[in-house]
Design a protein around this ligand. Structure first.
Ligand code: 13P
Length: 339
């Protein structure tokens, strides 16, 4: 393992207030997104949509890396340039989602464990050859009256660490993503407790399996009220609870923490990130690795029509700019109306 190279890649993914675009929707997930705009999920439509995002003007100043789905890693831009090369030529690092999804966890009704470890070493070699320099694996922790169980937290933490170790062995920076899901009527204190237990288990497994913290990034949820909770915590409360929990459980050796948006609105995901960075300086860079909160407006503006590509690109570049401003603690609501 070349720790220096891994560390260089990890730091580049959070340099200059840039963040990551998660464009790694699996085929069933991108179909759901396309359904909302009435576009059929064909291989060509998926390619054209991602082509629009990756060729948007100026995004290399706000986007450091893109997480791709396997299909996209082996696709090309309209002019024939492979996406991995197109991105790398723009100083945007290509990444790859390597998990095979969250599957029902035996004997734990309603909970899941993320699969995809079998054959992962060989797949990582293939992805590295295709240009991928970082990877993502998402574990899902749900909150309900019965969940999460310690079985769910521990099995997912173990799998995350096995994945991370394999990535580092192959020269690929692992993004470790334990997502505590927002769905539920629980309040922010419950989310804080579950996030605490999850991060604690994850870092114990990473340590136990020899994963080098300098050569990885963490992609956590924010500590936030459940979607159906009648009392929604304020932006400042979310920022304070999230930073407190991370400071208690994420070692300073981790170069960066890149949040998922998890179903938050575009503007709230940006405002939360900004509020956290206003509390800095922090031991790690706090940035973004959003999927929906970077793409929702662009998807809508595009609507599957070639003549809307420029509008879709503007919408995407605008969200990326707002989030990069939030990394610098310089985001303001005027940035939204100005657009
Ligand atoms: P969201 O920001 O839409 O939650 O997606 C991020 C992601 O990569 C989930 O795995």
């Amino acid at each position: 393992m070349n720790l220096e190279e891994l560390n260089r890649t990890a730091r580049a993914l959070v340099d200059n207030a840039r963040g990551i675009l998660a464009a790694d929707e699996s085929s069933p997930t991108i179909k759901k997104r396309f359904d909302t705009i009435g576009v059929e999920s064909t291989e060509e439509n998926r390619r054209a949509y991602r082509d629009m995002l990756f060729t948007a003007d100026g995004i290399e100043s706000t986007i450091s890396g893109v997480i791709l789905y396997e299909e996209t890693l082996f696709q090309s831009s309209a002019d024939g340039t492979p996406f991995a090369k197109l991105l790398a030529d723009r100083n945007i690092i290509p990444g790859i989602k390597v998990d095979k999804g969250a599957k029902p966890l035996a004997l734990c009704p309603g909970e899941t464990v993320t699969e995809g470890l079998d054959g992962l070493r060989d797949r990582l070699q293939k992805y590295y050859e295709a240009g991928a320099r970082f990877a993502k694996w998402r574990a899902v922790i749900t909150i309900s009256d019965e969940a999460p169980t310690s079985t769910c937290i521990d099995t997912n933490a173990h799998a995350l660490a096995r994945y991370a170790a394999l990535c580092q062995e192959q020269g690929i920076v692992p993004i470790v993503e334990p997502e505590v899901i927002m769905d539920g009527a629980h309040d922010i204190e419950v989310c804080e407790e579950v996030t605490r237990a999850t991060l604690s288990a994850v870092f114990a497994q990473l340590d136990g399996q020899g994963v080098e913290l300098e050569g990885m990034l963490l992609k956590p949820n924010m500590v936030i009220s459940g979607t159906q909770c009648p009392e929604q915590a304020s932006i400042e409360e979310v920022a304070a609870a999230t930073v407190r929990t991370l400071k208690r459980h994420v070692p300073a050796a981790v170069p960066g923490i890149v949040f998922l948006s998890g179903g938050q609105s575009d503007e709230l995901a940006t405002a939360h990130l900004d509020a956290m960075n206003r509390m800095g300086p922090h031991p790690w860079v706090l940035s973004f690795s959003y999927g929906r909160a970077l793409q929702a407006a662009a998807l809508k503006a595009w609507g599957g029509k070639t003549e809307n590509v420029a509008a879709g690109q503007r919408a995407f570049a605008h969200r990326a700019q707002c989030n990069a401003a939030a990394v610098r603690a310089e985001y303001s609501a005027e940035m939204e109306s100005a657009a």
